[in-house]
Design a protein around this ligand. Structure first.
Ligand code: UGA
Length: 446
């Protein structure tokens, strides 16, 4: 089996490397010459735990290679995966499919013998049909089938998610296409991973329905967290109490500053647009989008409240900038809303993130970027924890207290224990948990 993976972003690079680990011959294709040159020297364009070693091993084994030559890669392939970006179109929230359609045309011109063309990128319902039409129009004699095979991997745990998925979804409408897909996923068949075979449209919709459902679950627990604060309940106990019900499930019930990243914000918006266009609006998802946008902005207020209602002229030490830990991805990160809001309110921001600072420097002006967590805290009026990197869980809190001007911590990821923080003499504000005596907000140095 030989495949070509078009696009070496998160999904393309991880899927390509994992397929090669399954024993498939994989050629990853990208237009970006610098990226391909880097990959050939085992320089990863993204930070993803385990990826560098996986790529190095499979390149060495001769199963994985990188090229800018789409034509040669496609001509030799049994299956061609389209894994290019589908960003939100500026201004209207629709998924921008120009890269997908451009790839379809180039693939069409390079096809040689029966080939399965697979959309791996997250694409709105109907895109597979359109890809099929484009290929047919560009190359009327081509022998091909289009398949939808959405990816469910998460940044930060992408390799494990690909290798041990809860399920694989394949939208394929001919026996020939299904046979090739089964062969590619043979390793997962062997470990009895559920494989859902369906139509093109259904497969495309499954991906959006999954992401919007998860975004809804997070938004639900975030609102419950707000209610917990109002009534003196503990959101973690509520999450556990409902999550143990198998019909609800424990995962994705961790409250926070609002979901971010390259997927949920873009996909919720794109599905809202599709649903409206088709006359079947998704009012729940529309509300989720609005609540989440508003929540990110509101989180700055939480920091301001902990600082006596004003941060003017005060220094806030921000720990964590990426939308979640174990990634360098800053896309739609809550920090991009919270930090500018604090700056508008007059705060001086010092910040540190283990992997995200290179990207953050382009996105967040007037921030003092520091070399580590402790350096960030020096002389600050409060610490705000925005991303739950493990190294922040393990901070020496005595040292933290000695470095801060005032012992105020606003923890938007609930990584610390409120009782312990109160005992250590912090004024500690977190999400959806009752305030303890001595840890109420409003205690930042005046
Ligand atoms: C998400 C999905 O989880 C993947 O299944 C999917 O394949 C991927 O999008 C995609 O479409 O490509 P990802 O964006 O990498 O993966 O990250 P998640 O772990 O889902 O987190 C998304 C956001 O939700 C983060 O900002 C995270 O902090 C937040 N979150 C997640 C919470 O606030 N609470 C939770 O309980 C879980």
């Amino acid at each position: 089996m030989r495949i070509a993976m078009i696009g070496t972003g998160y999904v393309g690079l991880v899927s390509g490397a994992c397929f090669s680990e399954f024993g498939v011959d994989v050629t990853c294709v990208d237009k970006d010459e610098a990226k391909i040159a880097g990959l050939r020297q085992n320089r990863m364009p993204i930070f993803e735990p385990g990826l560098e070693a996986l790529v190095a091993d499979n390149v060495k084994a001769g199963r994985l290679s990188f090229t800018t030559d789409l034509t040669a890669a496609v001509a030799q392939a049994d299956a061609v995966f389209i894994a290019v970006g589908t960003p939100s179109r500026r201004g209207d929230g629709y998924a921008d499919l120009s890269y997908v359609y451009e790839a379809a045309q180039e693939i069409a011109r390079a096809l040689d013998g029966y080939t399965v063309v697979v959309t791996k990128s997250t694409v709105p319902v109907g895109t597979g049909r359109e890809v099929s039409r484009i290929i047919r129009e560009t190359c009327p004699d081509a022998a091909f089938d289009v398949v939808s095979n959405p990816e469910f991997l998460r940044e930060g745990s992408a390799i494990n998610d690909f290798m041990r998925p809860d399920r694989v979804v394949i939208g394929a409408e001919t026996e020939a296409a299904r046979a090739i897909m089964k062969q590619l996923y043979r390793v997962l068949f062997l470990i009895e991973t559920p494989i859902v075979f369906t139509s093109l449209e259904t497969s495309e919709l499954i991906k959006y329905a999954a992401n919007t459902f998860l975004a809804t679950k997070i938004t639900f627990i975030n609102e419950i967290a707000d209610l917990c604060e109002a009534v003196g309940a503990d959101v973690h106990d509520v999450a556990r109490g409902i999550g143990l019900d198998g019909r609800i499930g424990k995962k994705f019930l961790h409250p926070g500053p609002g979901y971010g990243g390259s997927c949920f914000p873009k996909d919720t918006l794109a599905l809202v647009r599709t649903a409206r266009d088709k006359g079947a609006p998704l009012k729940i998802v529309e509300t989720v989008v609005a609540i989440n946008d508003e929540r990110k902005r509101r989180m700055a207020e939480k920091v301001i409240t902990a600082c006596h209602g004003s941060v003017r002229g005060k220094t806030i030490a921000v720990l964590g900038l990426t939308f979640k830990p174990n990634t360098d991805d800053m896309r739609d990160s809550p920090s991009l809303e919270i930090i500018p809001a604090l700056q508008s309110a007059g705060a001086i921001i010092r910040a540190y993130d283990p992997e995200g600072m290179e990207e953050a420097r382009h996105l967040l002006p007037d921030v003092v970027f520091c070399g580590n967590a402790y350096e960030t805290l020096v002389g600050a009026d409060a610490m705000a924890l925005l991303t739950e990197w493990n190294e922040f869980r393990a901070l020496d809190l005595v040292r933290v207290k000695s470095l801060l001007k005032a012992p105020v911590i606003v923890d938007l990821r609930n990584v610390y224990n409120p009782e312990e923080m109160a005992l250590k003499g912090f004024f500690y504000s977190s999400i959806g948990r009752p305030s303890l005596p001595g840890s109420q907000s409003g205690n930042c140095s005046p």
